[in-house]
Design a protein around this ligand. Structure first.
Ligand code: AMP
Ligand code: GLY
Length: 423
């Protein structure tokens, strides 16, 4: 069958790689895709938030399965658009409904959900602009660091963590007055959790679930987890501190009650749940839910997921996941992300990328790239390429990724030298 994959990151390139390994995938289309996804299918110049354009692409190309990579179309209701359209409702769709995507799209919704189903997470209060004074009074009551979260989607910038109480009050006022637009019209103030983060990915058909390989990502730009937050500078799978005992706790205390909540709220959920977790003294807490896969976690997770991805996604869409068996590669995987100089601040596009033909023994997943005249490959974004490798240990996988990362050049290229430093 023909498949349409929505998105343009290295996450989508990695998904495209696995999807097209399946005999069930006839023709893959990627909208809008990038310079790397062309290797596996046909890029379509379609804006994923333009639902009518997505609809037309599905009809024109006789697509039977749609896989939504990023969260924004889901939070805006793309699944609902499909399920209520006569011509689209029989198309298999991977991604939750608008109501279910609020688990990512509204931090206040997610916190209330976790409270209701007894899922361990940081204590919190929520405030609107009318409750600004109460919010400041709450900040007076608690100890820092102070964690402030804009309720809605804010392009990954909506979480601010501050040590100083007065500064956090100013930040709360600024957020409530529109610093992040409507996303900050409600702000969640939560308790700071001190621990080590990891990412658990679950596929669900709404009834059953399957746990995919566990990963850890590195969000800060600088070595030693310093500097500004980015979309993600690297990932590993499997992080060794997440042992069987921890996974048992995650499954019993977090995944199962999350599924119970989805069922009792009658949320339409056929897709990925990405649970951002933090281990505090060997106890897992939820930092956030996302209604999609992570980037750059997907690159390492897909490396280790040996299943036929098409079959797994069709089971997800049709409600047959209870019979699926996850086949995980025993090897470890590690991803190093090459970014444009200046990122996550301002950077220049259009730099020529060379050295990809020198890469040996790693996979390259593209993000911000575009090909010009079918020959030159140019940078076209902050995160440019992911270098993903296998190894018997994480250290071996990382060494391979770094060896190959050093073979790739573009003006201003930057990568974190210490992915996995804390493992
Ligand atoms: P989020 O967008 O919710 O994933 O938050 C971004 C980052 O902020 C997370 O990856 C954590 O590193 C950090 N963070 C969020 N909430 C907390 C918390 N309650 N305690 C400590 N760190 C947090
Ligand atoms: N790597 C974190 C995310 O995709 O949100």
């Amino acid at each position: 069958m023909n498949v349409l994959l929505l998105g343009n990151g290295a996450r989508e390139h990695a998904l495209a790689w696995r999807l097209t390994q399946s005999p069930l995938c006839a023709q893959l289309y990627i909208a809008p895709g990038n310079g790397g996804t062309e290797e596996y299918g046909i890029n379509l110049p379609v804006d994923t938030n333009d639902f009518a354009a997505v609809r037309q692409a599905v009809i024109d190309h006789q697509v039977r399965l749609v896989v939504c990579g990023p969260e924004e179309p889901l939070v805006r209701g793309l699944q609902n658009y499909f399920s209520t359209d006569d011509q689209l409702k029989s198309v298999y769709f991977i991604g939750p409904s608008k109501e279910a995507a609020r688990l990512e799209g509204s931090k206040a919704y997610a916190k209330a959900f976790m409270e209701e189903y007894d899922i361990p997470t940081a204590g919190y209060r929520r405030f609107t602009v009318e409750e600004s004074a109460a919010g400041e009074a709450y900040l007076d009551e608690i100890d820092g660091p102070y964690v402030l979260k804009a309720d809605g989607l804010a392009a990954g910038k909506g979480v601010v963590i501050l040590n100083d109480r007065e500064e956090s009050k100013r930040e709360l006022r600024d957020m409530l007055r529109g610093k992040f637009g409507d996303a900050g019209s409600t702000v969640v103030v939560e308790e700071f959790l001190d621990g080590i983060e990891f990412s658990v990915f679950v596929l669900t058909d709404g009834e059953s679930y399957r746990i995919l390989p566990v990963a850890k990502d590195y969000k800060r730009i600088g070595a030693g987890d310093t500097g500004l937050n980015t979309g993600g500078m690297g990932s590993v799978s499997h992080p060794p501190f997440v042992d069987a005992d921890m996974m048992r706790k995650v499954e019993q205390r977090i995944i199962q009650p999350t599924l119970r909540g989805i069922q009792s709220r009658k949320l339409d959920y056929h897709g990925f749940i990405f649970i951002g977790l933090i281990a505090v003294e060997d106890e897992p807490y939820v930092i956030e839910y996302n209604c999609r896969m992570g980037d750059p976690e997907t690159q390492s997770v897909m490396a280790r997921l040996n299943n036929d991805l098409m079959q797994l996604l069709l089971e997800t869409a049709e409600g047959g996941l209870s019979s699926a068996v996850i086949d995980m590669d025993d090897r470890q995987a590690a991803t190093v992300v090459l970014v444009s100089g200046g990122y996550p601040g301002p950077y220049e596009n259009g730099k020529e990328i060379t050295g990809l033909d020198q890469v040996r023994g790693s996979m390259i997943f593209h993000a911000g790239t575009k090909s010009e005249d079918d020959s030159d490959l140019l940078t076209d974004g902050g995160r440019v390429l992911s270098v993903t490798s296998y190894g018997d240990t994480i250290q071996e996988a990382l060494a391979k990724s770094y060896e190959n990362a050093r073979r790739i050049h573009f003006d201003g290229v930057n990568f974190r030298p210490d992915i996995g430093f804390d493992l």
